[in-house]
Design a protein around this ligand. Structure first.
Ligand SMILES: C[S@@+](CC[C@H](N)C(=O)[O-])C[C@H]1O[C@@H](n2cnc3c(N)ncnc32)[C@H](O)[C@@H]1O
Length: 279
């Protein structure tokens, strides 16, 4: 591999680490890799700045500048999958959807509000949607449902909006799901159908911001496999803010290896990293 010529002093890298921690609650562990250094070098050339530090600014609320958003993409970990942690989807289908459906259960609404927080490239949001359409059948289209998908990584969000997935990504899905929800573009790629793409709203949102600008609460929030990158001191506060965005009897999913619920939250554990809001 070509050795990078870009120089980032230890001090500069520490400044970037501090910036990510303070603004996004993200802990950037360990030394910076050659691959990241090469990407940083390219980014500085593209953005016409001397150092990545020139791209750091705190003047953002609900959006970030192009340079900063590309910098964020270099450091975020976007690993995700369709129906990742399948037992969460089993619970969603067997225990949650029957209570949300058509004015049954505690919610008494025709509106189903679901948020995939830290959605990465959209596989989680599209899995939630496929589960709902499989469950409700044609009735799904008469509901006021859909999924809000948010992340701080705009490149990841753009991939979610495009809805283009490699063969290797969809191999976990059944043939029925593939033919029902995707169009085959070529030997390597599948495109998720437009009617599904229209059901997911992708937006930039920082989980570390002081408040979440939502027009209403949610019945279900998936916030999986992101809190593990945050310092322990931030996790509880973010869980509390998520809980504040849930309707009573609403559900919060964390990643299976993440269990950060403490007694002061209004949440009780009802399954592996699954919590129900009980006031
Ligand atoms: C490992 S992915 C998890 C994707 C999906 N939730 C799942 O479980 O498969 C973590 C995502 O969290 C996002 N992220 C990191 N810090 C964030 C923050 N402060 N606010 C919102 N999203 C954040 C990253 O950009 C990344 O896409």
């Amino acid at each position: 591999m070509k050795k990078t010529t870009f120089l980032l002093s230890d001090e500069d890298y520490k400044s970037i680490q501090r910036y990510f921690l303070e603004n996004f609650a993200l802990v950037l562990n360990g030394d910076i890799t050659d691959q990241k250094l090469s990407r940083l070098e390219l980014l500085c050339r593209e953005e016409n700045v001397k150092t990545p530090l020139d791209l750091l600014n705190t003047d953002f609320g609900t959006d970030v500048s192009t340079g900063l958003s590309k910098l964020i993409s270099i450091f975020t970990i976007n690993h995700t999958d369709f129906f990742r942690e399948q037992l969460h989807f089993d619970f969603f289908i067997s225990d949650i959807l029957p209570n949300l459906s058509l004015n049954n259960g505690p919610f008494k609404e025709n509106d189903i509000r679901i948020w995939s927080a830290a959605s990465s490239t959209g596989e989680e949001a599209y899995s939630i949607l496929m589960a709902m359409i499989d469950y409700f059948g044609d009735d799904y289209w008469s509901l006021n449902a859909g999924v809000l998908a948010t992340d701080i990584d705009k490149e990841a969000l753009s991939k979610g909006i495009a809805g283009l997935f490699k063969n290797s990504k969809i191999k976990k899905l059944s043939n029925n799901q593939i033919s029902k929800y995707f169009s085959r573009l070529n030997d390597r790629e599948y495109l998720i159908q437009e009617k599904l793409r229209n059901e997911v709203l992708f937006r930039w949102l920082n989980l570390n911001s002081s408040y979440f600008p939502m027009r209403n609460n949610f019945h279900v929030i998936f916030c999986r496999n992101v809190l593990q990158y945050f310092p322990i001191s931030s996790r509880g506060k973010i869980v509390q803010k998520l809980s504040d965005c849930l309707f009573n009897n609403g559900y919060l999913f964390l990643g299976i290896s993440e269990t950060y619920i403490m007694e002061q939250h209004d949440l009780i554990r009802v399954g592996p990293a699954i919590y129900k809001k009980m006031k």
